[in-house]
Design a binder for this molecule. Structure first.
Ligand code: PRX
Length: 671
């Protein structure tokens, strides 16, 4: 999620065993919060949902798909798992995502309901009703078609969080063109890789957006991405948001105001098959190359709508919902765009940072729009804790009735603060575990049913099957830890990695036969509730955003000063964890002559340029050697000990056991 600040860094690549001390604290957590009878009585999701789903999981999902979505052609087939791990849901049905998110609400007579309250960082804003959205999305769909985008063509989106971002995603869905949103904090380099991997025909961007009180440019990154060679791109469509000067290429560039604003507002949505790709979203894996996770239409939308309705207890007539995620992340796809709009919700979207122009901006927004459901990330909550409770204390937050958390484990103290200070000791908290790959929430309390425990995501939702297993794929008993797996296919499951089916099978389905390997460590407590413990692979989680250690290491070694690099995630009080890099400099290339500060600045900026500001290491430590096993594998566990100022653990498998002493000496030496 895009949270407190882009510099807020969270890293979770720690294997489960190194979490053990903290884990004991977690497992002795004995605070419990049952739903109030008033909340339970009115809740959308009642306890019976579990039994219903358990009785026949595929039929349960089929019922949800029929009830929550409108189909152009109803499906007969439900689940096809015969070619596992490739799955198909509702495959003989056809539908359109934008029709479901917008048009059908207008047809149902609620076109004058506000869909989006847009709050710009600069204080400007506007509200769009469902009828407004229908007109805007239709215009954009007509314009995209006129620019040559057809059903099945890919569109890259590189926009700030403004209404045009939502409109663009829906316009793509309306014509059946899969979108690939690239977070605005990613660099030109990252953007061009993603454009090329998806072979995008159109790029939609803006002159800039407002961030931290000033206009920050976006179009130059697109221009630069295109200079790297992106032969598939035929046009760049530019929204004018800030009015700043932009370089212009007459052959490629077109203004939104010229082609979208002038287009017809009548458009017939294209019905696509349920398994037609809806979007690609790149996320980091354990290698340097990001994975293009792709999701299809029918199953994804079913789970988006179902989870949004039940986990947040959405009452579309009365609630005002706000998810603070940027659309550049999966949370923005499922819980800003598709889930809420399919359910006919009224929601807030906010362009900027929580501390602009003051640290109470979020709470001011909640007071202004009477937000009743808030969905955000632990890293943001911890930042607000640090700023002090007197800040939210100045605002009227009494409209809130459900609070959600996502992106990383939420430590019990942050959970308690969230509930007490933001929720007035009244609101249920739903700690929701899921991933880009799962498409929608998988493990979470149900707010009217579950007695919540601070720090635990607790139970798989009705319709979802998860377990914690040991190295031999055996389910662990209560009180034990292991790896989180998903044991049955679910509707919003990723359908693969764009263009790389083998990598899909290898990454998720090879670790344990027949089970989806999530890459997270987890533990079951005495009640069988699940506690998430962070990643067990080399994936890090930066502000709840995923990056791979390898990706940052490759960025570092692409700098001429760097001979070798190793990156680890180190615990950080506010941000959960932070990126720490260890580098060996090349004496011959100028790096050796620099002082430590100059190296830090240069290399941090280099990582920002290669990947994006979100990937900047908090710290870069220059070392003479890296700890390696005899087979040449870097022992990140030992480096993590150093980064976290801990006594270095067992180093007996090192090829050269003196390396850790060298590192320790080097770090304590001045300069
Ligand atoms: O490690 C888990 C963590 O975030 C990872 C997924 O990251 P991403 O695909 O970027 O999606 C983030 C938003 C859904 C997971 O593998 N994670 C996410 N939610 C939680 C979590 N860890 C613990 N508790 C959560 N609620």
């Amino acid at each position: 999620m895009d949270v407190a600040a882009q510099e807020v860094v969270l890293v979770t690549d720690t294997p489960p065993e190194s979490h053990e001390p903290g884990l004991e604290n977690l497992l002795t957590e004995d605070r419990r919060f049952p739903p109030t009878p008033e909340f339970a009585d009115q809740a959308n999701a009642q306890r019976g949902l579990y039994a219903w789903a358990n009785a026949d999981r595929p039929s349960f999902w089929a019922e949800q798909a029929r009830e929550l979505l409108s189909w152009e052609k109803p499906f007969e087939e439900v689940l096809d798992w015969s070619k596992a791990p490739f799955v198909r849901w509702f495959a003989d049905g056809t539908l359109n995502a934008a029709y479901n998110a917008v048009d059908r609400h207008v047809e149902a007579g609620i076109g004058d309901r506000v869909a989006l309250h847009f709050e710009g960082e600069d204080g400007t804003g506007r509200s769009l009703t469902y009828a407004d959205l229908q007109r805007e999305v239709s215009k954009a769909a007509n314009a995209f078609t006129a620019l040559g985008v057809g059903t099945g063509d890919r569109v890259a989106i590189y926009l700030p969080l403004i209404p045009e971002a939502v409109i663009t995603m829906l316009a793509c869905a309306r014509i059946g063109a899969p979108h690939s949103v690239v977070f605005g904090g990613f660099s030109a380099e990252a953007l061009s890789t993603r454009i090329n991997d998806a072979q995008a025909k159109l790029v939609v961007t803006a002159d800039g957006g407002y961030r931290r009180g000033s206009a920050s440019a976006l179009k130059p990154a697109v221009d630069e991405a295109l200079t790297k060679g992106t032969p598939s791109v035929e046009h760049v469509l530019v929204v004018q948001r800030t009015g700043q000067d932009v370089a212009w290429n007459d052959e490629l560039d077109v203004w939104w105001s010229d082609v979208v604003d002038t287009a017809s507002d009548q458009h017939t949505p294209v019905a696509v098959e349920a398994e037609h790709p809806l979007f690609i979203l790149y996320t980091s894996g354990t290698t340097g190359k990001p994975k293009g996770i792709f999701h299809t239409t029918g199953g994804y939308l079913t789970q988006a709508a179902y989870t949004h309705r039940n986990v947040f207890d959405l009452k579309p007539e009365t609630d005002v919902y706000w998810c603070t995620a940027d659309i550049g992340w999966i949370t923005g796809h499922t819980y800003v765009v598709y889930g809420p709009l399919i359910n006919g919700a009224t929601q807030v979207i906010y362009e900027g940072t929580p501390d602009t122009p003051h640290r109470g901006r979020w709470w001011e927004i909640i007071e202004k729009y009477k937000v009743s459901i808030l969905y955000t990330a632990p890293t943001a909550i911890r930042t607000c804790m640090k700023w002090g409770e007197e800040i939210p204390g100045k605002f009227d937050l009494s409209s809130l009735r459900v609070l959600g958390s996502v992106g990383e484990p939420i430590n019990p103290e942050a959970w308690m603060w969230y509930r007490r200070v933001i929720g007035g000791d009244r609101t249920p908290i739903v700690d929701t575990w899921w991933q880009t790959e799962t498409g929608g929430i998988m493990i979470s309390p149900l707010p009217g049913v579950t007695e919540t425990k601070p720090g635990s995501a607790q139970v798989p939702l009705p319709g979802i099957a998860a377990d914690v297993v040991d190295d031999d794929a055996q389910s662990v008993p209560n009180g034990s830890g292991g790896y989180l797996v998903l044991t049955e296919p679910w509707p919003a499951m990723l359908r693969g990695i764009w263009g790389d089916p083998d990598r899909y099978v290898d990454t998720y389905w090879s670790r344990f036969r027949g089970l989806y390997f999530a890459g997270d460590g987890a533990k079951k407590d005495a009640d069988g509730d699940i506690w998430l413990l962070g990643r067990v692979d080399d994936v890090m989680n930066v502000s709840g955003h995923r990056l791979s250690t390898t990706e940052i290491e490759s960025a570092l070694v692409s700098h001429p000063w760097v001979a070798e690099a190793a990156v680890v995630g180190a615990a950080d009080e506010t941000t959960g964890q932070a990126v720490v890099a260890f580098v060996i400099l090349r004496g011959d290339a100028g790096g050796g002559d620099q002082d430590a500060d100059a190296v830090q600045t240069e290399l941090r900026n280099h990582v920002a340029k290669e990947i994006g500001p979100i990937a900047k290491p908090r710290q870069i430590l220059v070392v003479a050697e890296l700890p390696k096993t005899r087979s040449g594998k870097i022992m990140r566990r030992l480096l993590r000990d150093v980064a976290e100022n801990r006594q270095v653990g067992d180093a007996t498998t090192l090829a050269d056991s003196s390396v850790m002493d060298l590192i320790a000496q080097g770090l304590s030496a001045p300069g």
